[in-house]
Design a protein. Structure first.
Length: 368
């Protein structure tokens, strides 16, 4: 079983209208990153004591906006990991970055620090789509940043895009994919817009200021993206990669591996137990200043919980799952006959089935 470390950076220069992640602007916190970095180092020391002498397969710094820490801060984060854990030879070490807070020098410094993979939030190449999403970066900056990362020696670079934003057209999606292809990255993530409760976008949709995403439009846009990503192969419903470019950290999640999530609000999964940290950075810092782990809630998974998660996560992967994990022959037969699911020793969604993956998974779990 793989073991990964996820590190959550809770800082953002501003909050995008669609985002419901655990993030805070400097004005909201009234504090800089130093207390967070100190607390994170303490958590990693305590986590190492809790998890034993495990080899770390992957490290992923996410957020929030990790690049707000700068190359110096991100180097400190990685140094805190290596001071407390043994990394596997060739371990994948990723950081997310906002294109506007990067530079050629930033990427060179991260490469020298030991990072092996960069993930950049592009979202769209259309200015009006970025405005609706309340993204601050300019349309061309993400591609330029990806090229800078490649020039700094990063073989593995990802660009994220979001499709289905109100006001977006098919041509906007095509131009975004064309821009991604011009960047020559080895990984692409494409997520349909989800209007999360409690976000600024949800309030606008509720008031009628923005239309809600249309499921048929989302399906059409997905097919446009998939058809255009020549040279990339899908390996998870929302992720495509060139050979060898798959994100190993995320594969650890989808294959039900173990990971320790460090940072405010970060979730962990260790030996059949799931837990998460307190969310607010001040409380997180205060708890760790007393050398106490900031765990808020812990749940021991039952065998049924574990089976459900294996099916839910594994069926999103192109490789699928062993057929014996599912005891629902009528549901399996229904989706095989419909051309949405493969038959045999492994069950996997077909190309057509990808668009209906969530419904297929639900059917298999309840035996419909």
């Amino acid at each position: 079983m793989t073991f990964g470390i996820y590190l959550h950076v809770p800082f953002c220069a501003s909050r995008c209208g669609y985002c419901d992640f655990n993030t805070y602007t400097p004005g909201e916190l009234g504090m800089g990153p130093e207390p967070y970095l100190e607390a994170l180092a303490i958590e990693l020391e305590l986590a190492a004591e809790r998890t034993g002498d495990r080899l770390v397969d992957t490290v992923f710094v996410g957020g929030g906006t990790p690049s707000m820490l700068g190359s110096v801060g991100l180097t400190r984060v990685l140094d805190a990991v290596t001071a407390n854990f043994r990394l596997k030879t060739g371990a994948e070490i990723t950081t997310e970055s906002n294109p506007e807070s990067t530079s050629p020098e930033f990427f060179v410094a991260l490469k020298e620090a030991g990072f092996t993979r960069i993930s950049l939030g592009m979202q769209s190449a259309a200015p009006h789509v970025l405005r609706v999403l309340e993204r601050k970066h300019t349309p061309g900056r993400a591609v330029a940043a990806a090229k800078e990362a490649r020039a700094a020696g990063f073989e593995h670079v990802n660009l994220d895009m979001i499709y289905g934003t109100p006001g977006e057209t098919d041509d906007d999606v095509r131009r975004t994919v064309e821009a991604i292809l011009s960047a020559d990255v080895d990984h692409v993530s494409a997520y349909s817009l989800i209007v999360e409760d409690g976000t600024a976008m949800a309030r606008k949709v509720r008031k009628g200021e923005l239309p809600a995403p249309d499921e048929d439009v989302l399906a059409d846009r997905y097919e446009i993206i998939d058809n255009m990503l020549d040279g990339y192969d899908w390996y998870e419903v929302s992720n495509w990669a060139k050979p060898g470019g798959e994100c190993q950290h995320n594969l650890g999640y989808w294959r039900n591996g173990d990971w320790w999530g460090a940072g405010p609000g970060a979730h962990s999964h260790i030996d059949g137990t799931r837990f998460y940290n307190v969310k607010h950075p001040r409380r997180y810092n205060d708890t760790l200043s007393r050398a106490e782990l900031p765990i808020k809630e812990c749940e021991v998974l039952t065998e049924e919980d574990i089976r459900t998660e294996r099916v839910m996560l594994g069926l999103r992967l192109k490789e699928g799952i062993p057929a014996q994990w599912v005891d629902a022959p009528l549901a399996v037969d229904k989706h095989v006959r419909a051309g949405l699911l493969t038959a045999g020793e492994r069950l996997a969604v077909t190309d057509r089935g990808r668009l209906l993956a969530d419904g297929i998974i639900a059917d298999l779990l309840v035996g419909v």
